[in-house]
Design a protein around this ligand. Structure first.
Ligand code: C5P
Length: 224
């Protein structure tokens, strides 16, 4: 019997990753945060593919894709990402990466480069993957699909607090602008945009705690 495959998509800062992480532990699945893959490519581009004006040179990045090796190690139900052998969890959370990741993620060359990698990780099942296009495009046959949303105000508050907790000093206004900008680029891109799959269950967690959202998802998984 094929093992469970769960897709969790939705807007930035709706808690997709932290919720998926806890569900993975409860159900003994592995969790993959697909945003980390786009973040790793963005980190690589910022470090190695800039033009003389300090901007990312896309042609150079596309030519360099064969130099980008992304691998994973499982650690307590979590797939930890390594970029060319280096563990990346913290480096890919920098503001600079936040500000550039949606621009990189909207490039069809980049999405094509990362598609097989994601599908391969899910091919044996036993996985919960979170992202933007998992249910609608990467894993259309997933057993369960959830789509998370919340008000911009609530998401700004959560993201601001998260950055503050990890010692990053910023302003709420800047956090809100970054969220809105990413939402817009992610939703409007031509290639596999952020979209609720037709068969996904929509959860608005504006007024729900993380624990309540998890309980709701577990309830759906139990019922079916
Ligand atoms: O989930 P996270 O906010 O870390 O994702 C960072 C960015 O990566 C998103 O804003 C989006 O541009 C991109 N992304 C994507 N498709 C996914 C996951 C993330 O385009 N499946």
């Amino acid at each position: 019997m094929r093992k469970l495959v769960i897709a969790v998509d939705g807007y930035s800062s709706t808690g997709k990753s932290s919720i998926s992480k806890i569900i993975a532990k409860k159900l003994n699945l592995v969790h993959l945060d697909t945003g980390s893959i786009y973040r790793a490519v963005t980190y690589y581009a910022l470090k190695n593919c800039k033009n003389s004006e300090g901007k990312i040179d896309l042609d150079l990045l596309f030519k360099s894709l064969d130099k980008i090796e992304i691998s994973f190690k499982e650690d307590k139900n979590e797939l930890k990402l390594y970029l060319n052998g280096e563990e990346m969890s913290h480096k890919i959370r920098q503001i600079k990466v936040n500000n550039n990741v949606s621009f990189i993620a909207k490039q069809p060359e980049i999405r094509a480069f990362l598609l097989e990698l994601q599908r391969n990780l899910a091919k044996n099942g036993g996985i919960i993957m979170d992202g933007r296009d998992i249910g609608a495009f990467v894993l259309p046959d997933a057993d369960f699909k959830f789509f998370l949303t919340a008000s911009v105000e609530e998401r700004t508050k959560r993201r601001f607090q998260e950055l503050k907790n990890s010692g990053i000093d910023t302003e709420e206004e800047k956090v809100r602008d970054n969220l809105l900008k990413r939402d817009k680029i992610d939703s409007e891109r031509e290639n596999s945009p952020l979209k609720q799959a037709e068969d996904a269950i929509l959860i608005d967690n504006t007024f729900l705690t993380k624990e309540e959202t998890i309980a709701l998802i577990l309830n759906y998984l139990k019922k079916t």
